[in-house]
Ligand binder design. Structure first.
Ligand SMILES: C[S@@+](CC[C@H](N)C(=O)[O-])C[C@H]1O[C@@H](n2cnc3c(N)ncnc32)[C@H](O)[C@@H]1O
Length: 244
């Protein structure tokens, strides 16, 4: 019997989301590779390719870092004099991350913390990445405001997130996969009593979508530079820049 997954639209879902990710943390990476059919790391690399030009001492922040896959790609791809920090509010997820960058010439610094209260002063971060995390934040619009607060003027926010494909045929196939197959495989392999892989498609379908996200970004003080569909729109890359 599976325990109830969080309600995707509940603004107080934070605790339930944290518990859900804690319950799937041991198998999270394996399930990511398997359920994305090996495509997820390529999407993260595309995100990193959108980073702005960085200088020595610039700070890059990966939020909702989970088990640290984006932080790992950042450490591998950026010059050693760029500072990489990464945080997540689920300790069971983020405690798996440090080993992924420990062997690199410049490891990332990981912290446990909430997107809604970032431990940084205003305008002190040059770029923020968020992969498959924003949809899970209790109040995504408030999260964007908090990210805009810590971003330096001209600093960049890059969000990778699932989306509902626009093409009818692919939308139908995608729905079949994410509602029909993914929850069954996820439940079986994750060993979790929380139905995280049912929450996943439900939260994607309840998610605001690119147009609303663009409006929320603009309202937070960001200028949207790009919204690029990947996987025929099943995944979207959103790039925005801090105004003024
Ligand atoms: C689907 S995972 C994505 C992890 C990683 N970015 C990746 O690409 O695999 C979503 C992560 O967002 C985190 N998260 C959700 N809401 C958060 C919040 N308000 N503050 C910090 N982390 C949050 C969860 O704990 C979880 O680890």
């Amino acid at each position: 019997m599976n325990a109830d997954a969080p309600d995707p639209l509940d603004p107080s879902k934070g605790r339930a989301v944290r518990g859900m990710f804690a319950s799937i943390a041991p198998r999270y990476d394996l399930l990511n590779r398997l359920l994305s059919l090996g495509l997820d790391q390529g999407w993260r690399r595309k995100m990193i390719a959108r980073l702005p030009a960085l200088q020595a001492g610039d700070r890059v922040l990966d939020l909702c870092t989970g088990t640290g896959d984006v932080a790992q790609a950042l450490c591998a791809g950026l010059p050693d004099d760029v500072v990489v920090h990464a945080g997540d509010f689920c300790e069971a997820m983020v405690e798996r991350a440090p080993e992924k960058t420990a062997e690199q010439s410049r490891p990332a610094s990981f912290f446990v913390g909430d997107v809604l209260a970032l431990p940084y002063p205003e305008a002190t971060v040059k770029a923020i990445t968020v992969a498959f995390g924003l949809r899970n934040v209790q109040d995504p619009a408030a999260g964007l405001v908090e990210m805009a607060r810590v971003l330096a003027s001209g600093g960049r926010l890059i969000v990778l997130e699932f989306s509902k494909p626009k093409t009818k045929l692919f939308n139908a196939l995608f729905r079949l996969y994410v509602f029909g197959i993914l929850p069954r495989v996820g439940r079986f392999l994750s060993g979790s009593s929380v139905d995280a892989y049912r929450y996943l498609p439900e939260s994607v379908w309840a998610w605001a979508g690119p147009e609303v996200l663009a409006r929320q970004m603009e309202a937070a003080g960001l200028t949207v530079l790009e919204q690029k569909p990947l996987l025929l729109g099943g995944v979207m890359l959103h790039v925005a820049e801090r105004r003024g």
